[in-house]
Design a protein around this ligand. Structure first.
Ligand SMILES: *Cc1c(COP(=O)(O)O)cnc(C)c1O
Length: 231
């Protein structure tokens, strides 16, 4: 079932790339595996997937030893500073940096581990109260400050668009994130690249691809609906 779902998502990705005149290789699919058992992750792996996204540090740490070592784990959820130490060395990229304090902690822990970790700045494009992320007008200031930190490499921007039945309503947010990345890229700040745009989920990834996404994060479309249990 998972293989078929991935095929269907893959067709949608290819169609969106064609419409946008983009090459399929410009878009990375991150399989969002939160709440799903390792057996399902293994199925996605067997179908060729290597980029997996989780929103909890504990879940990455628990699943990673049970699965092949060449999986690239992406931290896509809100990150508490007291969990950063555990995460360093486990994730290839942190998509959800939304404060200087968090960036400082990540940098310090990465340096301590002798690595430099790519991070994205999470932007709350729609200004939703319920969402994390910095306001668009605060992004540049955060990036200029965080660019000084030697344990991180600022690699781009991420956004979680509002839940919607009509993906077209999210197009302005995706286009806005891209424009923000272009603006900041033109400032040529040391230690900052704007090459990654992490945007688009099951309901709206085609629109995100049309607007320049380099990384889409797809859960439900691959693994089905999530059931949240009490912990
Ligand atoms: C859960 C989640 C996704 C995947 O959402 P779907 O609608 O299931 O595709 C993408 N990004 C983030 C940050 C998430 O937490």
């Amino acid at each position: 079932m998972i293989r078929e779902n991935i095929d269907r998502v893959e067709e949608r990705i290819c169609a969106a790339c064609r419409r946008a005149g983009r090459d399929r290789s410009e878009v990375s699919l991150i399989c969002v595996t939160k709440t799903k058992p390792v057996e399902m992750l293994q199925e996605a792996y067997d179908a060729g997937q290597r980029d997996f996204g989780e929103n909890k540090v504990q879940e990455i740490c628990r699943k990673k030893p049970e699965l092949p070592a060449d999986i690239r784990w992406h931290m896509i959820g809100h990150l508490q500073r007291n969990k950063v130490r555990q995460l360093i060395g486990q994730a290839v990229m942190i998509h959800s940096v939304d404060s200087l304090r968090l960036a400082e902690t990540i940098s310090a822990e990465a340096l301590r581990a002798g690595i430099r970790i790519p991070v994205l700045i999470e932007v709350n494009m729609a200004g939703e109260e319920s969402k994390f992320g910095v306001a668009p007008e605060e992004v540049q200031e955060l990036i200029r400050a965080a660019a000084q930190l030697e344990g991180i490499k600022i690699s781009g921007l991420m956004t979680i668009a509002p839940y919607t039945e009509d993906p077209e309503t999210n197009r302005p947010y995706f286009a806005g994130l891209r424009e923000l990345a272009v603006d900041i890229g033109q400032k040529c700040i040391d230690n900052v690249s704007m090459s990654v745009l992490s945007m688009g989920m099951t309901g709206d990834f085609e629109v995100a691809i049309e607007e320049g996404a380099t990384h889409i994060r797809v859960g439900t479309g691959i693994f089905g609906e999530r059931i949240y249990m009490k912990e």
